[in-house]
Ligand binder design. Structure first.
Ligand code: ZN
Length: 395
């Protein structure tokens, strides 16, 4: 079969643009010479591609770099103002909508708390469209001009856009179809642990790691295995939260017993804490506030401190299992429970991890907290349209 020569040339041009743009996007300013070495492209090809990317507004010159003896080299960087993206975190306790420039700096956010229980998909879709209207208005950005809207859901997205999210009580919900009529920009849906993994690798604690596991700690517990490669980062999710850490243990909402999530998920932590002697009955405050109160109380010895210690122990066991299976060079704890409890429990998590991991493997794995803060999951969702732009060579 004969291939169309024009098609092949276009594929090659796109591939070259993707290589140069991805390198600049993920690793920051570089000279044409750096780009040549990093991509393996010829000097003439790099020059042509850079000229095109500058003309298209994706890349700009960023000053001069002195080089020993020779003439100074011009540095190039991606232009943040080229485009804006929206990322949506469909959480179990809130919906957060973030507006970012395409280099993922935050421009505006809107957060809507959600009642516990099983929200109607139509109600959530309305919150998302209200959030998009709010953040674009705050930043004076035309919603129709967005590069795209990425939506991270706490479940699996099947081909055709059907969402299976047991934590929301959704089975085969066509969430993309519900949103599409009210969203003017291209819409992308994916699992929130996978997109969070991508964001931590691009912009957070995963930068430079070869194989990182990004744990999403919330009411549900998930993990993404992210692999850095010269061409970018790929990540895949796992149902880590439903791996068993205690035979005949606590009942899990998946129907099994002794799952990790039944020990380190936010609801499980709070339920354990509320059952301890000397703990007052919880007031009407929401899950996130109750976790914050628990962390504050854990500063003193007592049931709160013991609960944090117990959570750290199970989390350390869960992480040790991941390390023994997959030998990552980095494990990153992300998600809102990690942001709230991580600083208080990290030393105990590391200690438990070391006791349950083979020595030679524990020594080559670093466990650390994510660096993306409260917007981590929304930021992860925002990587979806950006990833598509990079793959398409910026067209
Ligand atoms: Zn389970």
């Amino acid at each position: 079969m004969k291939r169309d020569v024009g098609q092949t040339t276009r594929d090659l041009r796109r591939h070259n643009r993707t290589s140069v743009l991805t390198r600049l996007y993920l690793h920051g300013p570089a000279s044409r010479f750096d780009l040549m070495r990093a991509t393996g492209l010829s000097s003439a090809t790099v020059s042509n591609v850079v000229t095109d990317l500058v003309a298209d507004g994706l890349v700009a010159e960023a000053g001069l770099l002195d080089s020993d003896g020779g003439r100074p080299r011009t540095l190039l960087e991606v232009r943040p103002g080229y485009a804006q993206v929206v990322g949506v975190d469909i959480g179990e306790t809130h919906v957060q909508v973030g507006l970012f420039d395409w280099t993922l700096d935050t421009l505006a956010t809107a957060t809507f708390p959600m009642d516990a229980g099983r929200p109607e998909p139509g109600v959530l879709a309305a919150l998302v469209t209200a959030g998009i209207a709010e953040v674009t208005a705050k930043a004076a950005v035309d919603p129709a001009g967005l590069l795209g809207v990425g939506v991270g859901v706490p479940g699996a997205v099947l081909p055709g856009g059907l969402v299976h999210a047991p934590t929301l009580g959704w089975s085969g919900v066509p969430f993309g179809e519900l949103l599409a009529p009210d969203v003017a920009a291209p819409l992308h849906l994916d699992n929130c642990a996978r997109t969070l993994g991508q964001a931590e690798m691009w912009r957070g604690a995963g930068r430079g790691a070869e194989r990182a596991i990004v744990a999403l700690l919330a009411v549900g517990v998930g993990a993404a295995v992210a692999t850095g490669s010269p061409g970018g980062v790929t990540s895949a999710t796992s149902e880590w939260g439903h791996t068993v850490v205690e035979a005949g243990g606590a009942a899990c909402r998946c129907g099994s017993h002794g799952c990790l999530e039944a020990y380190v998920g936010a609801d499980a932590i709070l339920e354990h804490y509320a059952g301890l002697a000397g703990v007052a009955r919880p007031g009407p405050s929401g899950t996130e506030q109750r976790v914050a109160d628990l962390v504050a109380a854990a500063a003193e010895p007592g049931p709160a401190a013991r609960t944090v210690q117990r959570t750290a122990e199970y989390l350390g066991i869960g992480i040790a299992n991941l390390i023994n299976l997959l030998s990552p060079d980095r494990v990153i704890l992300s998600g809102w429970v990690s942001a709230a409890m991580g600083p208080a429990m990290l030393p105990a998590v590391r200690d438990a991890m070391r006791r349950h991991t083979l020595d030679y493997m524990a020594g080559s794995t670093v466990v650390e907290l994510g660096r993306l803060g409260q917007e981590a999951v929304a930021l992860g969702a925002a990587t979806l349209p950006v990833h598509e732009l990079l793959t398409a060579g910026g067209k």
